[in-house]
Design a protein around this ligand. Structure first.
Ligand SMILES: Nc1ncnc2c1ncn2[C@@H]1O[C@H](COP(=O)(O)OP(=O)(O)OP(=O)(O)O)[C@@H](O)[C@H]1O
Length: 234
């Protein structure tokens, strides 16, 4: 949100509206919500349970569609892209990390990290070095050949982080990335997210219930009554 006049933000959401309908009830989750983030900026999104944080992140990540509104990446609209184009966009420009790791259990740590590249049509030889390097950066050099179910919860989440970064995205979307971990493992994952994003110049939007972690980001936004409000930094 710190763009100086004339500078295009990395990612902009304009006028997002989203409602869910259940029987006769309509829940308005997002109401003319505006948001933008600059290259390399790290923001936290907090809010009460059920306020719509996951829904917002899914929409920003083009995994869900708003009822109305527009998303712009580096000034280009994403709204007119078809599913195939959006899938390519996500693969190239976005990294995702969720509360649960969503790794493929039948594959090893390094195979999981290489996967986004292989899906994009890159050769295994091309992906092996960056995957190995990232596993080293998340302190898992000794676990590269382990299958997912042979890793601890913290190790699985660090593998998921390596996978999220392997395509060198510009923006990391993290939904409660430490929510399923004990405090110590969660802190390790959070510190890695922070340091790797800083080192790689990545922007990040992190949904969290943890105020202590949120305070360590560049800014905090509260999702309340279907709009995002920036909290003045403590
Ligand atoms: N597909 C859906 N259909 C109907 N209602 C939905 C759907 N997805 C989410 N909701 C409702 O929208 C609201 C927001 O859900 P969401 O998961 O985005 O909240 P959240 O802020 O991430 O919650 P939490 O902090 O508990 O994870 C909730 O009341 C939820 O029940």
């Amino acid at each position: 949100m710190n763009s100086s006049p004339g500078n295009t933000p990395l990612f902009t959401a304009r006028n997002l509206c989203k409602s869910f309908h259940s029987g006769t009830t309509t829940i308005q989750i997002l109401n003319e919500l505006d948001f933008s983030i600059d290259k390399g900026e790290m923001v936290a999104v907090v809010g009460a349970s059920g306020s719509g944080k996951t829904t917002l992140l899914q929409i920003l990540g083009t995994l869900d569609t708003p009822d109305t509104g527009e998303l712009l990446f580096e000034g280009d609209t994403l709204t007119s892209k078809n599913d195939g184009e959006l899938s390519k966009f996500r693969n190239k420009s976005l990294g995702f990390i969720f509360q649960f790791h969503h790794l493929l259990p039948e594959f090893s740590a390094i195979e999981n990290v290489m996967m986004p590249g292989l899906i994009a049509g890159k050769k295994k030889d091309e992906m092996e070095e960056p995957a190995r390097k990232l596993l080293e950066q998340v302190e898992l050099s000794h676990r590269t050949e382990h299958r997912v179910n042979e890793l601890s919860g913290g190790e699985q989440q660090r593998t998921a982080l390596a996978r999220a970064l392997v395509m060198k995205p510009a923006l990391l979307l993290a939904d409660e990335p430490t929510g399923n971990l004990d405090v110590k493992s969660g802190n390790i994952v959070f510190e890695l997210i922070k340091s790797l994003c800083r080192d790689l110049g990545l922007a990040a939007i992190m949904v969290t219930h943890n105020q202590e972690l949120a305070r360590q980001m560049d800014s905090i936004f509260i999702l309340e009554n279907a709009v995002l409000t920036q909290q003045s930094h403590p």
